[in-house]
Design a binder for this molecule. Structure first.
Ligand code: 2IT
Length: 445
């Protein structure tokens, strides 16, 4: 495989889509050696077929704000690949959303969903609509207008969306409500739904819990446990909340969270009602963490700062793509961090990942670490199809097993000769092999 040529062609066809190029390049670099051992994959042009989405649906969303004025936003759904199962992936509402970000997320989702071992293809959707500062009524009208266009492309066996940044249970509820009204069918065609209308117990916690289960496996390989370790978390949304909750439950001390406004340092640890308060912060809709330091005297707020220059054992980025760059990586390395588990999708820049790997820091990529979220979405689909609801314990057990399996896949495909694991390689190759074989087995379509 001539990676340079494939990337050049991708850039020529899709100029300026930098996040999409970044995600594809990272994967191709790590799978190249394996791919070149399979002439049948090369002959069938599996890489060329995998890196292009099946389709991208782009539409206009017009809605009415509280003043009675029309507003216009963009809507997207990138149905990336359905070789393994129905398109599946979250919807993001954030001012930065564009086609490149949707495509990188859809591509990552395809490989991630393959890692879960559940029958789900990959997709991503969203809008440049920013929920920040919007009233509840505005958010509802936007969600309804968004689905009024998108509903015809969805379905329980076609495409099942969920939440992502800016889309939580409330927004999923508004979107699913409109979807159900238009189709007149209770098909459960959304995951992360409210518990009274088909949602799964533990879906809210699943991404963060799954990430910590994965971290436990990483540490276990080194003969360590997470108990008494110090942890830096970025972000303060649903995913960060679940991660802080599980890390604390397992005996670690989480000393940071962060938002677009800056970073909170709480040396006493974020536990108990401080964790519950994260939900309040998020529900306020202001997208800031500063109020935490006003409420809890043990904490300090540092405006415009990231949590990566604090001495911790483990760093867990839970905010957004490229949030952790080379400069941040160098600071963490200087602080003797030993483990970096990326929970945000593509949370670390390529240069940051290279720095971690060169310095023998245990680094694991988002598509492995955060797969517990979509895996539990898969479990929600199963429960909906069975017309049953499992207990939290049942879901947790399955989630835990899935994360252990993903870790094993990383060990299998990412083993270094010195006995350590290259998790980037392991996750990319394991996901790719599964999708590649699924594409190959279904002919040229
Ligand atoms: O990035 C992700 O995996 C998600 N936003 C969750 C997707 C899902 O379908 O649950």
């Amino acid at each position: 495989m001539d990676i340079n040529f494939i990337i050049q062609e991708l850039e020529r066809k899709h100029p300026g889509e930098v996040e999409y190029h970044q995600a594809v390049k990272e994967v191709l670099l790590s799978i190249a050696d394996t791919y070149n051992q399979y002439p049948e994959l090369i002959k069938a042009k599996i890489v060329e077929r995998l890196i292009e989405p099946d389709r991208a649906i782009i539409f206009k969303v017009v809605w009415i704000d509280d003043k009675g004025d029309p507003q216009v936003n963009m809507g997207y759904r990138v149905q990336f690949n359905n070789a393994i199962g129905p398109y599946k992936g979250g919807i993001r509402f954030h001012a930065t959303v564009n086609l490149s970000i949707m495509k990188f997320l859809g591509f990552e989702q395809t490989l991630k969903n393959a890692l879960t071992s559940l029958p789900m293809g990959g997709a991503k959707g969203g809008s440049d609509f920013s929920p920040k500062g919007k009233s509840d009524a505005e958010i509802m009208r936007f969600c309804q207008a968004f689905i009024l266009e998108l509903w015809k492309h969805l379905g329980p066996d076609t495409d099942v969306p969920a939440g992502d940044i800016g889309v939580g249970a409330k927004e999923v509820g508004y979107m699913y409500g409109m979807y159900k009204k238009l189709t007149n069918r209770c098909t459960g065609t959304f995951t992360g739904k409210g518990l009274t209308f088909g949602g799964s117990l533990l879906r809210a916690e699943a991404t963060g819990y799954g990430a910590l289960y994965f971290v436990e496996e990483m540490l276990k390989r080194r003969g360590e446990t997470i108990k008494d370790k110090t942890v830096a978390v970025s972000g303060f949304g649903n995913v960060a909340w679940g991660a802080v909750k599980k890390a604390t439950e397992l005996g670690a001390k989480v000393v940071t969270i962060s938002g677009p406004d800056g970073c909170i340092l709480d040396p006493e640890g974020i536990s108990g009602d401080k964790i519950d308060y994260m939900l309040e912060l998020r529900a306020s809709g202001n997208d800031v963490v500063a109020p935490y330091a006003k409420k809890f005297a043990s904490a300090t707020f540092f405006p415009d700062k990231k949590p990566w220059d604090i001495k911790v054992d483990i760093a867990i980025p839970c905010a957004t793509q490229n949030e952790l760059n080379l400069e941040d990586a160098k600071k963490l390395i200087a602080c003797n961090v030993t483990c970096v588990a990326e929970v945000s999708n593509m949370g670390c820049t390529t240069e940051a990942i290279d720095a971690f790997l060169e310095n023998n820091i245990n680094f694991a990529p988002g598509k492995a670490v955060n797969a517990g979220g979509v895996a539990t979405s898969g479990l929600e689909m199963t429960q909906n199809a069975q017309h049953l609801a499992w207990t939290a314990q049942e879901v947790d057990l399955k989630l835990h097993q899935i994360m252990k399996n993903i870790h094993q896949l990383c060990e299998k495909y990412g083993a270094n000769s010195d006995g350590t694991v290259n998790y980037v390689k392991g996750a990319n190759i394991a996901g790719f092999i599964k999708v590649a074989n699924a594409i190959l087995g279904q002919g040229i379509i």
